[in-house]
Design a binder for this molecule. Structure first.
Ligand code: ACM
Ligand code: ZN
Length: 470
């Protein structure tokens, strides 16, 4: 039986019969995503922990049906992780709603359950605001200068509130929760382009047109900053019902803070001497506010460089780190999500991160003890879009690797590369017939040693892409 992701336990009990029908019952003594699917003489019966588990049972049943026949079997299934995520960056380049929904449906078919929607960036703001309609103009940059995706035309739209509601509802129908990311205090050029009162020097900030890490960041000391950010989150809270929000917190440059009298005064007042702690002061201000709306927050693991994160309320998403502060955070009781960029950043091409390599990832980071391991909520694969301006490219970077991510998210016992090729062949054909573009097969299985060549290719392309318009 080709079941993807691999179930927890499978017993094949003998024959194979004409499929006759399916029935189920809900049994709350099973966990929310757990089901037991028994097939005997063509009759399928599932006992499921919830409607979501029943959806998963049906997906599995569809996978084992072949030519109108089903094998006798008993499948007991439940995931190893509660967070099985995929992220799309809709800020550098946006995607039409149909494309977002196409991904959401595919995620659900892989039993993934979290869509992390990256909606704010230096290069564009993608959420309609009614309380601050000026933000809507921050969706547009003057031109685009991302190497091969260069264009001298203005670029950008925002998703209307109705469109966002539509996506969230569609996701809920597929048992997927949506986590919006409004990245603060860095990656905020678009936001600051309409709110100079939230910058250190009060000067106009431009929506950025190219890739990079920029010095334009929110000034935590200005009264307007927290007020405006909270206003935006108030609007988001009406749109996104799930109880977790993403605050970003990555790649924050401190140059403006170093020269800002207001920041100096604020840090003195707070007794803070490090900019990393100052960053966390601002993140905590917002996460405390969201807590009053019943929300927990995720921050990228850049934030563990500083002190003051509330372990009960802030989940840390690991992507890149020197040292093992994220592991210490988990060992000390904080929850974490694993998105190591060398395994799970799907915007890196297959010569750097082959399908083989994604499959080999054991969700673990250096330094975790038993408590830390229990605090790993799960895994998530991000797809950043600086260099992706079309659906075909987006899809071929995701497929087939997203299938491998879903497998490592669902079950500890993974697949070897060859097992995967044979077990995933049906679902790969299914996604192809659903219209997904796949990276061609000769790129899937690069051995580890090929990564070095991949990085050389990456460096040369990156350098050229960024030089093109200088
Ligand atoms: C990140 O990749 N900047 C989280
Ligand atoms: Zn300042």
């Amino acid at each position: 039986m080709n079941i993807i992701p691999r179930p927890f336990e499978v017993k094949e009990t003998g024959g194979i019969c004409e499929y006759r029908g399916y029935e189920y019952e809900l049994n709350p003594s099973l966990s929310e995503e757990e089901y037991i699917l028994c097939v005997k003489n063509g009759n399928a019966r599932a006992v499921c922990g919830s409607a979501k588990a029943e959806y998963y049972a049906r997906l599995t049943l569809e996978q084992i049906k072949k030519g109108g026949k089903v094998p006798d079997c008993e499948i007991h299934d439940k995931p190893r992780f509660q967070h099985r995520g995929f992220m799309i960056d809709s800020a550098r380049h946006y995607q039409e709603l149909d494309e977002i929904k196409k991904f959401i449906k595919a995620m659900s078919e892989l039993k993934m359950n979290i869509f992390h929607w990256h909606l704010s960036e230096d290069q564009g703001w993608r959420i309609e605001s009614e309380t601050h309609p000026e933000l809507n103009s921050a969706a547009v940059r003057k031109y685009s200068d991302f190497g091969k995706t260069m264009s001298d035309k203005p670029y950008g739209i925002y998703y209307t509130k109705d469109e966002i509601r539509d996506v969230v509802e569609y996701a809920a129908q597929h048992f997927i929760d949506v986590i919006p990311e409004f990245d603060i205090p860095g990656h905020t050029s678009a936001f600051l382009s309409v709110f100079p009162e939230a910058t250190c020097d009060g000067k106009k900030v431009e929506v950025k047109t190219h890739q990079g890490i920029f010095e334009d960041v929110i000034c935590p000391a200005k009264e307007a900053s927290a007020r405006l950010v909270k206003d935006v989150f108030d609007e988001l809270c009406e749109l996104f019902p799930y109880g977790v929000y993403h605050l970003g917190g990555d790649e924050v440059k401190h140059a403006h803070w170093e020269n800002c009298p207001d920041c100096k005064r604020k840090m003195q007042e707070l007794g803070i001497t490090s900019y990393n702690d100052y960053e966390n002061y601002f993140l905590s201000l917002i996460s405390d506010y969201l807590k009053t709306n019943g929300k927990k927050c995720i921050v990228w693991n850049d934030a563990v460089k500083g002190k003051g994160l509330d372990k009960d309320n802030m989940i840390v998403q690991y992507w890149l780190e020197k040292g093992n502060k994220t592991a210490e955070y988990a060992n000390g009781g904080g929850k974490i999500i694993l998105s190591p960029f060398t395994y799970y950043y799907l915007d890196y091409d297959y010569d750097i991160t082959s399908l083989r390599k994604v499959l080999s990832f054991k969700p673990e980071i250096k330094g975790l003890d038993d408590t830390g391991r229990e605090n790993v909520l799960g895994v998530e694969a991000p797809l950043w879009t600086e260099f992706i301006d079309n659906n075909e490219r987006l899809e071929e970077l995701a497929f087939p690797r997203i299938i491998a991510v879903a497998c490592t998210a669902w079950q500890e016992e993974g697949f070897t590369y060859d097992e995967f090729l044979s077990n995933a062949s049906d679902i790969i054909e299914k996604f192809k017939s659903d219209g997904f573009s796949f990276r061609s097969k000769e790129h899937w299985g690069y051995p580890k040693a090929h990564t070095l060549l991949g990085w050389i290719r990456f460096g040369r392309t990156f350098y050229n892409e960024n030089l093109i318009n200088l």
